[in-house]
Design a protein around this ligand. Structure first.
Ligand code: SF4
Ligand code: SF4
Length: 373
């Protein structure tokens, strides 16, 4: 049974049942395909709580169905699917967050992230005083490892990364059980291949080739390209980090690496892609129609973009400040920001990665079940 039982769910059932009678939006996105499947494939007479939760994240917020709808305000039926789904996403996030007392953090992102950055910065100072060299913070440094030995950075980074990832997977598993009723299908490799393909290609950000009605009422691919840049930048930076770890731990080739080395070049390239993507998305959000999104979700969204921006900018500052005074201090700021990203993963906008991905897996799972019948 779904954990989300309230008026919002009832409103979701009302709107989607009306949509199932109208069916005008079929073809805009997979939500409409999935809705049709519920009635004509699974022969249900109404959508239920599970379907509503599933649609919440299957929706990629292209907003085409809102501008196409003759039943939106001022019509008395007042259909607003993008807003409904954004409110439902917030409910989903709150329902599956673990531990439960962290729920409040989803609503206070700026406070949570600022406190986390401060706490990690204080911890970094203490650790530097114990195992590193505090005086190296103000002086030109040859290597960041003069500030803090690499073993501590790697150890803390690994623990926080594994913690964030584990909780994300746990929250995702709870979401899957809720939308699917059981854990069947979640380990099906073929379904994951389809979902990974769609995710990497940003297939559903294109709104079926028409572009999203985002930020305004016209088909645009801006959001698709900007999100793709940010996503690609993150992957490139991940490869840069793995390359640096390989050079250091396997080849014994320690930093500082030259500007033209593989890890640094990749790091700069990834950072530049993220920078363009994040700034572009922030600008787009300024002109987007705020009537189509839950207000709490706007802060959650922006907070994560600002955090990514701060990480990239501090990374660039370190790269350009090499061998200059205060580079060590900037390094502590940078790793505190990255640590905040890791611990924020299960309590921030980043949860959409796992929920949206699993909604896509579910889309293929249902499709497979019906074609097997
Ligand atoms: S959003 Fe409006 S136009 Fe689209 S299916 Fe629903 S009722 Fe019909
Ligand atoms: S906003 Fe776009 S993605 Fe979401 S349900 Fe409507 S058409 Fe589908």
């Amino acid at each position: 049974m779904s954990e989300i039982l309230d008026d919002l769910m009832e409103e979701g059932i009302r709107e989607y049942n009306l949509c199932s009678a109208c069916r005008f939006c079929i073809g805009y996105c997979p939500v409409w395909d999935a809705l049709d499947r519920i009635f004509f494939g699974f022969k249900k007479e109404s959508v239920d709580h599970r379907d509503i939760e599933y649609f919440a994240y299957l929706c990629h917020d292209c907003r085409n169905c809102y501008y196409a709808c003759p039943y939106r305000q001022p019509h008395e039926l007042n259909i607003n699917i993008p807003k409904l789904n954004s409110m439902l996403r917030e409910k989903v996030n709150n329902s599956y967050v673990w531990p439960g007392f962290m729920r409040g953090m989803l609503k206070r992102q700026y406070m949570y992230m600022t406190s986390s950055i401060m706490a990690f910065l204080a911890l970094a100072f203490v650790l530097t005083a114990i195992v590193g060299d505090l005086s190296a913070l103000m002086l030109p440094i040859h290597s960041i490892y003069h500030v803090m030995p690499s073993i501590y950075i790697e150890m803390i980074g690994s623990v926080l990364g594994v913690w964030g990832m584990t909780l994300l997977i746990y929250e995702g598993a709870r979401y899957w059980k809720s939308i699917n009723g059981n854990y069947k299908g979640i380990f099906n490799g073929r379904l994951h291949l389809y979902a990974l393909r769609d995710t990497f290609m940003h297939l559903w950000f294109r709104a079926n080739g028409e572009g999203c009605d985002y930020p305004g009422e016209y088909g645009s691919f801006s959001r698709f390209y900007l999100h793709l840049l940010m996503f690609t930048g993150m992957l490139v930076d991940l490869v840069a980090t793995i390359t640096a770890l390989y050079a250091q731990n396997i080849l014994g080739y320690y930093p500082p690496y030259s500007l033209f080395s593989f890890p640094v070049m990749l790091g700069i390239m990834g950072g530049a892609l993220i920078l363009v993507g994040v700034v572009g998305l922030l600008v787009l959000k300024e002109s987007a129609n705020s009537k189509l999104i839950e207000s709490a979700w706007i802060e959650t969204d922006r907070a994560m973009l600002y955090l990514l921006l701060a990480i990239v900018v501090s990374g660039f500052v370190i790269t350009s400040m090499r061998s200059m005074p205060f580079a060590g201090l900037m390094f502590l700021v940078h790793i505190s920001l990255v640590a905040t990203l890791f611990v924020s993963a299960p309590y921030s906008k980043l949860v959409h990665i796992i929920y949206r991905y699993l909604a896509v897996v579910k889309y293929y799972y249902d499709k497979r079940i019906l074609s097997a019948v």
